[in-house]
Design a protein around this ligand. Structure first.
Ligand SMILES: [Fe+2]
Length: 308
């Protein structure tokens, strides 16, 4: 029986693909590795279902896609497996991660972002596996910024071809300039400063509004709502500060269009891999007390896409 030589590819809703005909516990040769890498690059989001996943085989599988990174937040990595980043809901650490949305307390809801974007050197990608699945909520959203760029009109493409955008690392969501904060209120333990979560202060990171993906060479709309702050030197592009802000608002609204999004509803045995150089992600969070456990492995970037 030729397992792992016959990958089947099924489109997900809007963007990304599901791969079937793959078993994480069967050996896969270099041809399968190359094909998985090709699919990852082409589609940005790969979903695998019904896998018998352990920390060991998750780490080994992730290495198909590149060298793994040890996440800078040491406290949240597993003692036994430093390559595993543990994301937990329904535990004591819920407190600082709880905020209110339309009056309802939600744990670990995250706006659209790219991991480590604020450093100028985002990681290449990551793989998530749900160890404990929440019965409800807890969706992970993925947004394809290659498609978002492709679907801009020509005038907008021309307008943003030579501008740079700055991101300001800021703990308080109410200070993010381009986020929709309708119905949002911080929780009583929401951190106000980076020091409160043991982070240093990061200088602003600056990216071209259109980044050429280092591997696919495709243009990516490098405009993501979290931490987005301003256009650099808008007058050089013939814009006032207000016009530059309007442009960013228009671009963020574009990235929020559902046609670029895939929402993953977790089941036991799922793995999701995404390309953090072309895909943004977000989470809907869970209600307080709901248990959820995710193991994440991170594929290192090795390249600086922005600057600080
Ligand atoms: Fe993230």
């Amino acid at each position: 029986m030729a397992i792992n030589t016959n990958l089947q590819v099924t489109p997900l809703d809007n963007v990304g693909v599901e791969i079937s005909g793959f078993n994480i516990n069967e050996p896969a040769g270099p041809e399968v590795h190359a094909e998985l890498n090709r699919l990852w690059l082409e589609h940005g989001i790969l979903v695998f279902r019904d896998q018998d996943i352990t920390p060991e085989n998750q780490i080994e599988f992730s290495r198909i896609f590149g060298e793994l990174e040890i996440h800078p937040l040491k406290a949240t990595t597993s003692e036994e497996y430093p390559e595993l980043f543990v994301l937990e809901n329904g535990v004591e650490s819920d407190k600082p991660n709880t905020a209110f949305y339309d009056g309802e307390a939600i744990v670990n809801r995250l706006a659209w972002h790219m991991d480590l974007h604020y450093t100028g050197k985002p990681n290449r990608g990551a793989l998530l596996r749900a160890v404990i699945v929440a019965d409800e909520d807890g969706l992970t959203g993925f947004g394809d910024l290659t498609k978002a760029y492709e679907t801009l009109d020509d005038a907008t493409k021309a307008k943003i071809s030579n501008i740079e955008v700055a991101y300001k690392f800021e703990m308080q969501r109410t200070k993010w300039r381009f986020i929709d904060n309708t119905g949002y209120a911080p929780g009583p333990h929401s951190p106000k400063t980076t020091a409160e979560i043991g982070f240093p202060d990061f200088p602003d990171s600056i990216y071209p509004a259109v980044v050429t993906h280092p591997v696919s060479a495709k243009p990516v709309l490098e405009v993501v709502e979290q931490f987005l702050d301003r256009v650099i030197d808008p007058e050089k592009a013939g814009m006032s500060n207000d016009e530059a802000d309007d442009l960013l608002r228009q671009l963020v609204a574009h990235t929020r269009k559902p046609e670029f999004h895939y929402w993953h509803q977790w089941r036991a045995g799922d793995m999701v891999l995404w390309d953090n150089w072309s895909v943004m992600h977000c989470t809907t969070g869970t209600k307080p007390g709901v248990r959820r456990l995710i193991h994440r492995t991170t594929i290192a970037g090795g390249q600086t896409l922005g600057r600080q």
